[in-house]
Design a protein around this ligand. Sequence first.
Ligand SMILES: O=C(O)CCC(=O)C(=O)O
Ligand SMILES: [Fe+2]
Length: 174
Amino acid sequence: MDTLPTWIAGSEDLFSHLVTTVPWRAERRQMYDRVVDVPRLACFYERSDPLPHPLLNEVRGALNDHYASELGEPFVTAGMCYYRDGADSVAWHGDRIGRSKTEDTMVAILSLGEARPLLLRPNGGGRSLRFPIGHGDLLVMGGSCQRTWEHCVPKTARPVGPRISIQFRPRDVR
Ligand SMILES: O=C(O)CCC(=O)C(=O)O
Ligand SMILES: [Fe+2]
């Protein structure tokens, strides 16, 4: 796990740009053996899709400069998730669709807008680690984290503003 608070300057402008220009959709997602509704909006940018803001190309480039040698390949896709308020969330899961089911990998998350805690715990339970991320913070999960740990963004009854999460992943990892 790496974290870098306030990695991106000007994250408020990027946040408002993405809120209005990304074609957000209600999400359904394969989790474990089921397809479940995930209460948040999402949009997935494949490797060939132009990213919706030039700063995101710089972000991906900087991540690749720093991590591609350790990862052995570049980050190519960008998953975007929009948590409109505290009722939006994602349940405990690992990003295990594709090669990440059996191989070590990395998932780098740039977080914009209101900070929401991302929790991590060993598979199936145990004490969780809590990372409140938002406002341009970077969090990178590497190694076996997707296979041997789970993460979630829980709902909260507190009044919270919207948050956008951008996950950069290598090919065939989701
Ligand atoms: O909101 C986040 O930063 C986490 C998103 C996530 O875990 C996922 O989409 O796989
Ligand atoms: Fe995830």
